[in-house]
Write a protein that binds this ligand. Structure first.
Ligand code: SF4
Ligand code: SF4
Length: 149
């Protein structure tokens, strides 16, 4: 589900326009406020929500993530180096998470061509390309074996 902008909070700074990977946040030429020009193409990546200094952008979450009546708030605080999420479910439960802002050095992410070409046997593996090394772990976590009943 797409983003939408609270017009009374938006000051037209354009940061959401610059960051949107889908290029769908635009500034309305008449009102000088941002809006989502093509809601169907919104990835719901929250980049614009985190970037907006006025907290003017909200997202109508997908039903599998947060059913009707929910709210999701995200706050990026650069000075604290953190991103905080607050998810309110329609039954009143609230979940809050805080994560550090990722500080991957510029140019340090390897492209697919930087990894060795996988051999044909890899097609039968449950691993995705370049796992687990691309995730910077030795092995992927596994579920504990089922207990016999
Ligand atoms: Fe663009 Fe992502 Fe914002 Fe959707 S959530 S409008 S894709 S930046
Ligand atoms: Fe408006 Fe926020 Fe987009 Fe700036 S980043 S144009 S304040 S919605």
């Amino acid at each position: 589900m797409p983003t939408f902008v609270y017009m009374t909070r938006c000051d037209g700074c354009g940061q959401c326009v610059d960051i949107c990977p889908s290029d769908i946040m635009h500034i309305d030429k008449t009102y000088r406020r941002a809006y989502n020009i093509e809601p169907n193409f919104c990835w719901e990546c929250y980049s614009c929500v985190k970037a907006c200094p006025q907290h003017a952008i909200d997202v109508r979450g997908y039903a599998d993530f947060a059913p009707l009546g929910h709210s999701v708030r995200v706050l990026r605080e650069e000075e604290k180096g953190s991103i905080s999420w607050k998810i309110k479910y329609r039954d009143g439960r609230v979940k809050e998470f805080t994560f550090p802002i990722r500080t991957t050095p510029w140019g340090s992410i390897q492209s697919p061509s930087d990894y060795a070409v996988p051999d044909a046997n890899a097609l039968g593996s449950v691993m995705l390309a370049h796992e687990p090394e691309a995730l910077k772990v030795k092995t992927l976590p596994t579920l504990p074996p089922k207990k016999k009943v």
